[in-house]
Design a protein around this ligand. Structure first.
Ligand code: RB5
Length: 147
């Protein structure tokens, strides 16, 4: 199950991502927004992060204009590892090395074709573990020290 959410800037891209997920037979849960009315991106980042961290969803995809604000917000949820990616290399490496569980995209930054390739790369790439697991554990320890 993939958790999806966006602010008002990301509706069209989210709909394209839904078509891709449908083609791949992947289920998703849409946490909004689905109107053009201006909304506050942090609450959408939080919704997806909570769904992923709780185990309700396996991974998340979040979208705002740049992808920056919503990823900052998502990363405030303990256990969230939201990665803002602007190309496929970043999407591959953040899965392989950071075990990112949420992909953040900038709807005003990326064309839809590239964004969909980034989504595919993010979904298709596994975490390598090993020394990278130790580093992800260090990130978790920082979270614990910051509570
Ligand atoms: C909304 O105008 C815009 O600030 C938001 O989509 C995002 O880019 C924030 O980081």
């Amino acid at each position: 199950m993939i958790a999806l959410a966006n602010d008002h800037s990301g509706i069209a891209l989210k709909e394209e991502i839904k078509k891709l997920l449908d083609q791949r037979g992947l289920e998703y849960k849409d946490f909004g927004t689905n109107t053009e009315a201006s909304v506050d991106y942090p609450i959408y980042g939080e919704s997806v992060a909570k769904a992923v961290v709780s185990g309700e969803c396996d991974r998340g995809i979040i979208i705002c204009g740049t992808g920056i604000g919503i990823s900052i917000a998502a990363n405030k949820v303990r256990g969230a590892r939201a990665a803002l990616c602007t190309d496929c290399f970043m999407a591959e490496m953040t899965r392989r090395h950071n075990d990112a569980n949420i992909l953040a995209l900038g709807a005003r930054v990326l064309g839809h074709g590239l964004a969909l390739k980034i989504v595919e790369t993010f979904l298709d790439t596994e975490f390598e573990g090993g020394r990278h697991a130790r580093r992800v554990d260090i990130i978790s320890a920082i979270e614990e020290r910051s509570r």
